[in-house]
Design a protein around this ligand. Structure first.
Ligand code: MSP
Length: 509
């Protein structure tokens, strides 16, 4: 069976979860669910990044130890993902012993292979990025991401011979189709690789909140190298070689565009240096902005997932529920470019696609079948016109997920839902007398809805399951398989339908 391993970046514990983090996590969860529907064995990883100067300083400001800071914030990420229906298979914290061991094992290997040396480093450091920059990478001395002054730092450091891997990396990114999606970001990576690659500092002696360098106790690893290694820790690097070999070759990293250099330049070089030759595939998304600015606690412009899922009277936010939240963030922001969060678009997306289309289709199908088709439901026709439309929806939805384009995939899925509503509007089964004609219309509509439930499951897992049960189907929609179970004709008929409250009540704009 083929495998699919997918990761979120691990989140810093100086900030609490906001909708920017949730955006990434929902994307990853939806990709994992989709691949699961394809019958692949999937493994989804998320977690928290807990070392480094930024966390140490935040803890100091809050008057707690760095570990207390990490403990209390990590749990908030865990809870936020649970609330969002995220089905992660593991949640890694970089302060865990298993990670400590993997970092030391991997770095020792890189050291033993001769790719690490010691030198003095002096430069301009942005604490928020945990990265050194040159003057021309800054804006008047300010970091371009955080708009804060970079600080002059001087340290005795260990260095990684990044420069030695330039050709191998260029070859990988030039010659591996689909290695970075969308394609524009692959060009960005190629641009980074074509510049002169300078060796990078991988340890710090000025702080102790980190994982000790095994060959020199005065140093801890620089937080970014510690962090990136989480991706191998979680699949057993150093601890369970068999498991590592099973999962690692299928790794897909999902990340925001801000951390491309770390993931697509430093990380694969480090893997090669450790003797790991299977390199990752990347899905890169843009930033979610609020009023044109990147969200952050310090700018006080962040919105928490719970404020939109449960609603927030003070802010005037309606409650979108888990599906409403997930659906908006998967369907609206184009995958790749930046996009501004718009509450108005979220409301209108919910009302058109969830309330008026999916919810309404379910309601109509159940009401009309109950009134016109007797005790149990009718079966579909083998050669229905809706069957051809469903086949197109399956094909287009599948193709778009394969290109890592959730908005396009969901557009294709919702076309089938709209077409089924239009089919009902055109045939007006509610005006027909009970008999074969109305049974034919409703059997086809039930079948189209069954297929739509499967295709929509990665975006709206709760509503898809509820609809599945209300049209009388047994088991879990998430256990269906594409394309076998999305072939026309799978709805058996003869089932008992269950009426219920509207699945997605309309929200006031
Ligand atoms: N800890 C590092 C990642 C280490 S991975 C080995 C880090 N953490 S972070 O919490 O600052 O951001 C992690 C990710 O959260 C970003 O790459 C991005 O995927 C997501 N986002 C954080 N803010 C975001 C937005 N405003 N918009 C979209 N995604 C955002 O970087």
């Amino acid at each position: 069976m083929s495998r699919f391993y997918i990761t979120t970046p691990i989140y810093y514990v100086n900030d609490v979860p906001h909708i920017g983090h949730a955006y990434t996590t929902v994307l990853v969860d939806a990709f994992a669910r989709w691949h699961n529907l394809l019958g692949e064995e999937t493994f989804m990883l998320t977690g928290t990044d807990e070392h480094g100067l930024k966390i140490a300083r935040t803890a100091e400001e809050n008057g707690v130890t760095p570990l207390d800071q990490a403990d209390s914030t990590s749990v908030r990420f865990r809870d936020a993902w649970e609330q969002l229906g995220i089905r992660n298979d593991d949640f890694i914290r970089t302060t865990e012993p298993r990670h400590h061991a993997a970092v030391q094992a991997l770095m020792q290997k890189v050291y033993d292979n001769g790719w690490i040396y010691s030198d003095t480093y002096e430069g301009l450091y942005c604490v928020s990025c945990e990265a050194y920059y040159t003057e021309d990478e800054l804006n008047d001395g300010n970091c371009k991401v955080h708009d804060k002054p970079a600080e002059q730092m001087r340290e005795e450091n260990y260095f990684f011979k990044l420069s030695a891997f330039a050709d191998q990396l260029l070859d990988y990114f030039e010659n591996t189709p689909g290695v970075v999606q969308p394609e524009g970001y692959r060009n960005e990576v190629l641009g980074l690789l074509r510049q002169e690659l300078r060796d990078v500092s991988i340890s710090r002696s000025s702080i102790d909140w980190g994982i000790p360098v095994p060959w020199d106790d005065d140093h801890v690893f620089y937080v970014w190298y510690d962090a990136l290694i989480n991706y191998v820790t979680a699949v057993g690097y150093g601890a369970d070689p068999e498991r590592f070999d099973e999962w690692w070759p299928s790794v897909h990293h999902v990340l925001g565009k801000d951390i491309i250099r770390f993931h697509c330049v430093f990380w694969p070089a480090m893997l090669l240096a450790a003797g790991i030759t299977d390199l990752p595939t990347y899905y890169v998304h843009g930033w979610l902005l609020i009023g044109g600015e990147k969200m952050s606690k310090s700018k006080l412009n962040s919105v928490s997932p719970a404020q939109l899922i449960d609603g927030d009277e003070d802010q005037g936010y309606a409650s979108f529920g888990v599906d409403g939240f997930r659906y908006h963030f998967l369907r609206d922001p184009a995958f790749g470019p930046d996009s501004d969060f718009s509450y108005e678009s979220m409301i209108s997306r919910y009302n058109t696609d969830l309330a008026n289309q999916f919810g309404n289709l379910l309601q109509r199908v159940i009401t009309v079948t109950g009134k016109k088709c007797g005790e149990t439901s009718p079966a579909p026709n083998p050669d229905a016109s809706l069957g051809a439309l469903a086949a197109v929806a399956v094909e287009e939805t599948t193709a778009a997920w394969a290109r890592a384009q959730p908005p396009i995939a969901l557009d294709a899925t919702w076309r089938l839902i709209r077409e089924t509503n239009e089919y009902l509007a055109a045939n007006e089964p509610w005006k027909m007398e009970p008999g074969a004609a109305v049974d034919a219309v409703m059997g086809d509509a039930l079948e189209a809805l069954r297929i739509a439930c499967i295709l929509a499951e990665p975006a709206i897992p709760n509503g898809a399951q509820t609809a599945w049960e209300r049209i009388g189907l047994p088991g879990r929609v998430a256990d269906q398989r594409i394309p076998d179970d999305t072939a026309w004709g799978g709805y058996p008929g003869g089932l008992t339908l269950q009426a219920g409250d509207p699945l997605y009540p309309r929200l006031k704009g």
